[in-house]
Design a protein around this ligand. Structure first.
Ligand SMILES: [Zn+2]
Length: 418
């Protein structure tokens, strides 16, 4: 841990670097890093700019190019910049993403989306918060170390990846599959979600399962139901039965999550007949399930199928069960993992806030790391402006995060509970 005087110096240094941080944001916004899937050219211009900047500071930067024939340059770049610490392992990774989402409708913006505008302590522009706020903060945390000639306790690696917004196939997923970068004992911070206070340390995710039920009966005139078989009636009974069985069979509770249990929600209902006086011969509905990670999704599907078939038999209809999105969540990161403890300590000391481990209902890029057994925390100081018109970054949040990272750099991951 840094002594008080040293951390004071670091903190002052970050404050002095604030204008440079704002300048970097201004340089990055016009380097539109839109993935080809969103109609853009990819991240090359932004990656090239950052690479030469980081190298000019004396950092060792490695570029990884994921082949993508749809990108203008034929690849999607990711960068790793290493700052040597007192020891090489475990390595502390801070992963941020280069790509941004499209601006959306121009009329909804008060300023040009791809020109950064600074006003009242904020920077406006696409990407300034998601994910440049934390990217710039982590870069300048490293800069402060270089300027002051300080060494972090262990190696720090900034991982700047492509393709986070459209599935990570050419970003984190590709990088971890094709290169031996992170080891299971390493520490990973993904600062890409959270709350304004920085008190949410996301360590766990529920699995996601979208299931579609297609019920087939027989169409008929509504005045003669006996000539057909009402698929809507059978489907309605099925919804209620499936809902009940899932809640009974998968009851696990864990206060880490909000809500603290699995959710099984009937959601989409596809249109059946266009007129009132026809018995529907077909009925289609969906369930969106967010399942506690300890339950295999195959078990959930099997329970759905068994229940649906029982109801189908009772009504003399058939049912076909198919799936949409299916993501089995990886094993959660332990709420006691060193990376969780270190970040909580830094948030407490720097921001004065009490941060807590939490679980969420959807998948994030952290799953690619957790699947490899690497403890990973998703953290950040988000204000709900990501992907919105007039996206903005609170400058004080950016400098605050830089101090949080510097605080973490001074902590020894091997030390016991703080
Ligand atoms: Zn993001």
């Amino acid at each position: 841990m840094w002594d008080n005087d040293t951390f004071e110096r670091i903190s002052r240094s970050i404050d002095e670097l604030e204008p440079e941080m704002v300048e970097l944001q201004k340089s990055l916004v016009p380097l539109v890093a839109l993935s080809p899937g969103s109609g853009g050219e990819g991240e090359k211009a932004k990656a090239d700019f950052l690479k030469s900047m980081l190298e000019s500071w004396g950092l060792e930067v490695t570029e990884y190019r994921a082949p993508d024939k749809d990108a203008k340059c034929g690849y999607r770049p990711s960068l790793v910049a290493r700052l040597k610490g007192e020891k090489a392992e475990p390595c502390l990774w801070i992963m941020t993403h280069l790509d941004v989402v499209p601006a959306g409708s121009r009329e909804l913006w008060d300023t040009e989306p791809f020109e950064a505008v600074v006003k009242d302590g904020r920077i406006y522009g696409r990407g300034v918060e998601d994910n440049q706020q934390e990217m710039v903060a982590s870069i300048f945390a490293v800069k402060a170390m270089l300027d002051l000639g300080l060494k972090p306790k262990t190696d720090v690696c900034l991982m700047l990846v492509a393709d986070e917004e459209t599935g990570s196939k050419f970003g984190a997923d590709w990088l971890l599959k094709n290169h031996e970068l992170c080891k299971s004992g390493d520490l990973v911070v993904v600062p890409d979600a959270g709350n304004p206070e920085g008190t949410m340390l996301e360590v766990a995710e529920k699995s996601i399962l979208w299931a579609r039920f297609k019920v087939r009966g027989g169409q008929a005139h509504a005045s003669a139901p006996g000539d057909g078989n009402n698929a809507f009636r059978a489907g309605s009974t099925m919804v209620v039965a499936v809902d009940k069985v899932l809640h009974e069979r998968f009851p696990a509770k864990d206060e880490l999550y909000s809500p603290p249990e699995s959710t099984f929600e009937p959601t989409k209902k596809e249109a059946n007949v266009p007129n009132v006086n026809t018995i529907p011969g077909e009925d289609v509905f969906w369930f969106d399930c967010r399942v506690m990670p300890e339950y295999p999704l195959d078990d959930v599907l099997a329970a759905m199928k068994e229940t649906a078939e029982q109801v189908a038999k009772q009504f003399g209809v058939t049912v076909e069960l198919t799936t949409g999105q299916t993501v089995q969540a990886p094993e959660p990161t332990s709420p006691d993992a060193p990376v969780v403890r270190m970040l909580a300590r830094a948030v407490k000391d720097v921001l004065g806030n009490e941060a807590r481990p939490a679980g969420i209902g959807g998948g994030t890029v952290a799953s690619f790391f957790r699947r490899r057994g690497i403890p990973t925390v998703v953290w950040g100081r988000a204000t709900g402006v990501a992907h919105q018109p007039n996206e903005s970054c609170i400058i004080a949040h950016m400098t605050g995060s830089a101090k949080v990272y510097c605080h973490v750099f001074g902590q020894d991951p091997g030390q016991g509970k703080a």
